[in-house]
Design a protein around this ligand. Structure first.
Ligand code: F0G
Length: 456
């Protein structure tokens, strides 16, 4: 059989609210042309994020009912700890309410003025937490990682020579840790090869720098390794994931992705002194170490979700369904970042709207057009999210201008995706009508969440 089907059936459904184009015209204007400010009820297909939008399984919902809500020493915590220690091999496991809480705690230990923290590509909240602590966040993707049209198996890799050069330039004593994000979300959901994890590990070992893995999408990354890297085809995804973890000194995870839950995360460490300091910050800001700002039932759902994410029938369907969207768009001439990522398709806004300069936010123009056209919510990952203005008032944009269509796990079926394809192809055909935007309000950090725009 050639057709890869969803390896689940649907037990519980939610209605989608339909809107007309006229209604959406008014709604997007009211939201200041920022889709983060829309009411979700006014969205037909929500591809804003794959984070916390997962449909949980019947087993997970049953686990929720079995959660032990004790403040301290909950049974659900011990179950969660057992699953995580077995999977990751790390000595200390600290639950948090979501990924950025782990980032904040880590930065309170390793951050501060004068410190430099490299990553293949920092996600926006990771960068913000590092910068907020006074440290500098440096992206070191491989060259093909910032070339949307280049097809390569592991475009999420870190440039190991650039890492060596950075350490030489700033001094190893100023690099308190190195991060590596699996898969590389800001770089297009692209995987990191096992060889690259090993090579980064070797550089870190040489300079005595701890390597902390950002493992939000570790299962998707492990599946890509199984499919694409020599020597891994016959290994189970679980064993591949374990090998990935074995090269880290610790990991942080937003379990809202491959943890298959609506909220949750963790910080896992081998360094006992760091773990002690992390737990102190945790108690002040998140909660007691056996719940970390979560309901204990959430720990139960996470323990089950982390196992389900490693199911190879699920991962085969997952990667294939994202690839399906990418293939159809490409066949229709829509420029996408290639190859398709694990959790999302990224439109290449620079080529899609080559008549709109980066300073006028071509990605945001596409995001607004997709909402108007079909009620689809996507997100800009380009000059809105990462752009700045230099001392002479000029716009400085990131390497790529992208629009991400993130696919929530186990939520949409193929006909939803076919609808999305139709809408994007329609917008692409009329792309020359799209206009840029001007930002009229921005917050000092993570401006994309709350920014206001006007159409030019
Ligand atoms: N690291 C990566 C690679 C992420 O993609 C995210 C979140 C985080 C850390 C932070 O986790 O949201 O639980 O605090 N990414 C979401 C997204 C928001 O839409 O890609 P969080």
């Amino acid at each position: 059989m050639k057709t890869i089907i969803e390896p689940f059936k649907i037990k519980s459904v939610e209605p989608i609210n339909f809107t007309t184009r006229e209604q959406r015209e008014a709604l997007i204007a009211e939201a200041h042309y920022n889709v983060f400010l829309l009411h979700a009820d006014d969205v037909l297909i929500d591809l804003l994020t794959d984070s916390g939008t997962t449909a949980m399984s019947a087993r997970q919902w049953a686990g929720i009912m079995n959660g032990d809500e004790a403040y301290a020493g909950s049974r659900s915590y011990y179950r969660f700890e057992t699953v995580l220690k077995e999977l990751t091999g790390f000595s200390y496991v600290i639950p948090v309410h979501q990924g950025r809480a782990a980032e904040k705690i880590l930065c309170s230990i390793v951050g501060g003025a004068g410190k430099v923290i490299p990553n293949n590509t920092h996600f926006d909240t990771t960068r913000a937490n590092i910068e907020y602590s006074g440290a500098r966040a440096v992206d070191l993707p491989v060259r093909e990682g910032t070339q949307p049209e280049v097809i390569a198996p592991f475009k999420g890799n870190m440039d190991v020579d650039a890492l060596e050069a950075l350490i030489k330039e700033v001094g190893a004593e100023n690099v308190p840790c190195c991060l590596l994000t699996l898969t590389n979300n800001s770089g297009g959901g692209q995987p990191v090869s096992m060889k690259n994890v090993r090579d980064v590990r070797a550089v870190c070992t040489k300079h005595n720098i701890p390597l902390i893995l950002d493992v939000c999408r570790f299962a998707e990354n492990a599946m890509f390794i199984k499919m694409r890297e020599e020597g891994y085809a016959n290994m189970s995804v679980r064993d591949i994931a374990k090998e990935m973890f074995s090269y880290g000194d610790g990991a942080m995870m937003s379990a809202k992705k491959d943890g298959m839950v609506n909220t949750g995360g963790f910080l896992a460490l081998n360094n006992g002194e760091w773990a002690e300091r992390a737990r102190t910050v945790l108690i002040v800001t998140e909660g007691f170490p056996t719940y970390g700002g979560l309901a204990r039932r959430d720990l139960e759902a996470m323990a089950i979700g982390l196992e389900e994410a490693l199911d190879e029938a699920y991962l085969t369907y997952r990667l294939r369904s994202v690839q399906y969207l990418g293939e159809k768009l490409k066949a229709a001439g829509v420029p996408i970042l290639e190859p398709p990522g694990g959790h999302a398709i990224y439109l290449d806004a620079r080529r899609f709207c080559d008549h709109i300069a980066p300073k006028d936010f071509p990605g945001q123009a596409i995001v607004c057009a997709l909402y108007r056209e079909a009620g689809i919510r996507s997100v800009e990952i380009g000059s809105v999210m990462f752009g700045t203005t230099n001392a002479s008032g000029e716009h400085v944009g990131p390497a790529m201008e992208l629009v991400r269509l993130a696919i929530p796990r186990r939520v949409y079926t193929q006909s939803h995706i076919d609808y999305v394809i139709e809408a994007i192809v329609n917008v692409h055909e009329r792309r020359h009508d799209l206009r840029g935007l001007r930002m009229t309000y921005e917050a000092p950090y993570l401006r994309h969440f709350t920014a206001h725009f006007e159409e030019l």
